[in-house]
Design a binder for this molecule. Structure first.
Ligand SMILES: [Zn+2]
Length: 394
């Protein structure tokens, strides 16, 4: 990689770090890099070598390595335990930093070789859950308090996992879990709707992780793809430095890394194949009901089928369960009439784009507006490619 581009000292140093690291890898030091195995006590973060720590510190203004994300327990798949196979060990990808993500997308990640910007497109079934409006969650909090909220989060979490069982049965499932919005304060932070959506998505994510430890959900392994301790920033200069896009790229890339690991496992053990499913937890604004977004026609037929099946299963079971709970101020309707919507954006984004991406030369107005976390946004792919070109990684 060429590092002759004039830059601030910070960025020049940041750009230089991976070169040193690659030399170390070439010298065999890569063998010492620990995998992010969540079950191993004292496990080290992915790629936690000195160079990356130095780079990470630069990215945080010298704050040093951020605390690792809470590591969820890894439920061993009952099916795998019965088969006496070694259970698959999926990385704690929540620890992946922006530079790690770019290396993966550039095909330069030794742990996940062969990556490219196309790796974040259509790699798994995916859904975005908009179970109800954030104001409804806030009203339950205000009127009924923490205990009712705990009940509500647990109810939603159980429905999230039940819908996975409806799609996959007893087969092992790797759930790439995104809690929408949030982010690292001081870098990029987005509270979501009503200023509280990010809180509800995080509490829901924690409830999903807790429920996944129950024997009924033993075939489901959860890995977070969000991490509020890591800043969403690829260090692009303004106006191209859209950190919201960086956040989505980073979460998508973490999920794509899981897809890479699942593929490797499935090639080795086809009789115990693991299915990856990406879920992004959100709450809505002004919908009056439940809504689940599913993928569109641009993904493979089997992927689309699972995404639509999941969406239907969740809406059909979660809505009556929530309406029966007695916790909500009104009965949830089916938003948009069906409770379902595909990957086309339902709103006009708040940001404005320059027409042409200066790094890829592409006219961005030509892209259909689609939800990034449904793995079908060409605009998102173009953003990621632009970041790679800017950093001279491709
Ligand atoms: Zn949201």
């Amino acid at each position: 990689m060429d590092v002759t581009e004039p830059a601030t000292a910070g960025r020049a140093a940041a750009l230089a770090a991976p070169i040193t690291r690659r030399r170390l890898l070439a010298a065999g030091a890569g063998a010492a890099l620990a995998l992010g195995d969540a079950r191993r006590a004292g496990a080290r973060p992915l790629w936690d070598d000195d160079e990356m720590a130095q780079y990470a510190a630069l990215r945080r203004g010298g704050a040093g390595l951020a605390p690792a994300a809470p590591v969820s327990a890894t439920p061993l798949s009952a099916a795998l335990a019965r088969s006496e196979l070694e259970a698959p060990s999926f990385s704690d990808v929540a620890r992946v930093e922006p530079w790690d993500a770019l290396l993966f997308l550039a095909g330069r990640d030794p742990r996940h070789p062969g990556g490219s910007v196309d790796s974040i497109m259509g790699f798994s079934p995916a859904n975005i859950l908009e179970t109800m409006d954030t104001v409804v969650m806030d009203s339950v909090q205000a009127n009924r308090g923490n205990a009712a909220m705990g009940t509500l989060y647990a109810l939603i979490a159980a429905q999230v996992l039940e819908a996975l069982l409806a799609v996959y049965g007893d087969a092992p499932v790797l759930l790439a879990l995104d809690a929408g919005h949030g982010g690292r304060q001081g870098v990029f932070f987005d509270p979501g709707s009503n200023g509280t959506e990010y809180l509800h998505t995080r509490r829901t994510g924690e409830a999903i992780e807790a429920a996944a430890a129950e024997p009924r959900y033993g075939a489901i392994t959860v890995r977070r793809v969000f991490n509020d301790a890591i800043g969403d920033d690829f260090l692009l200069p303004p106006p191209e430095d859209r950190k919201g896009a960086a956040a989505l790229t980073l979460r998508l890339t973490r999920a794509a890394m899981l897809a890479h690991e699942a593929d490797a496992w499935n090639r080795a053990y086809p009789e115990a194949a693991v299915a990856l499913h990406l879920l992004s937890v959100h709450y809505n604004a002004g919908s009056g009901g439940i809504l689940v977004l599913h993928q569109g026609a641009s993904v493979a037929t089997d992927v689309l089928g699972r995404s639509v099946t999941y969406a239907r299963a969740y809406v059909n079971a979660a809505r009556p369960a929530l309406n029966r709970s007695g916790l909500l101020p009104y009965q949830l309707a089916l938003a948009l009439g069906s409770g379902l919507s595909d990957d086309r954006l339902l709103y006009e984004p708040a940001f404005r784009l320059n027409r042409v991406n200066p790094y890829t030369g592409v006219d961005r107005t030509s892209f259909p507006r689609r939800y990034a976390l449904l793995e079908t946004s060409l605009l998102q792919r173009d953003y990621a490619l632009g970041a790679l070109i800017y950093h001279r990684l491709v």
